[in-house]
Structures are given as structure tokens and as C-alpha cells.
Design a protein around this ligand. Sequence first.
Ligand code: ZN
Ligand code: ZN
Length: 153
Amino acid sequence: MPERTATAAHDSELAQELRRGGQRVTSQRLVINRALKALDRHVTAEEVLSAVTERLPGVSLPTIYSTLELFERLGIVRRVSARGGAVLYDPRREEHSHLICERCGKVEDLDLTPETEGVLAAARRQGFEPARAELVLHGLCAACAAGTAPRRP
Ligand SMILES: [Zn+2]
Ligand SMILES: [Zn+2]
């Protein structure tokens, strides 16, 4: 898809979802959403901030966080808790699972979603109201397992 067409599609998709959630469509929200789509990977709020500062001079990190939280509530991004409490935002909306490397912190997608109906039902029996379930595997990425990953500070 040519870049301009893709941008327009992302804009109208976001506008629809904001309206459905009773939220205003602002240029700031559109720009942040475009940045997420362009980055197209698991990103921190800081990475989103540096991707949008040119288009949104003066935008602050708390604003980025609150926009990402709104996007999360609307199901536009998902939040992934990575190593050491780091929070990453994932613009990929298809159901998938995550693999988190405990050594280098890398987060990878796993294109498989396990059956969670039994888990959800058990949670309900306990009086919990589950919104969603996801699978996160902790371990070593291929490079770390092979001992070839560069060490991160
Ligand atoms: Zn690793
Ligand atoms: Zn993901």
C-alpha cells in the first residue's frame, strides 16, 4: 500500500474506534497512532515520544502514556510487561502470544493463541471477571540460548 493511502486508512480506522468509544478524534491521537503503525513493533512510550516530537512539538511523555492507555482501553494497542517491569506497547492487533527473553529483554511474537476458555471459566467461578487472557512465555531467545547475543547493559 502506498504510504499516503496507508496513513489515510490508519486515520479512518482510528477515528472510527475513537468515536465508537465516545472519544474525540484529535490530530495528536492520529499522529501517535501513525507513529505506532510506522514503528510496527513492541515499543516503549519513550520511543513513541521520540517518533512524534517532530510532528507534535511540545508533547510530553505523560500525554503519550495517557494516549497509549486510551488506545489500550479501546483495544487499539496491547500492553506487554517485559523484563524488569518495562512496559511495551504492541500495535499488532491479531491475537498472538509473547516470548520474553529473560537475559536480553527481547520481546517476540508467537503466532499461536492457546485455548483459554477453561482458564476464563475457572476465573469466573472464583468471582473474577476476566476481560482477556494472554500467554506470555519467559525464557531465552534463540540468540541468548545459543550464546551469540550481544550483552545488553
Ligand atoms: Zn535474548
Ligand atoms: Zn506482539
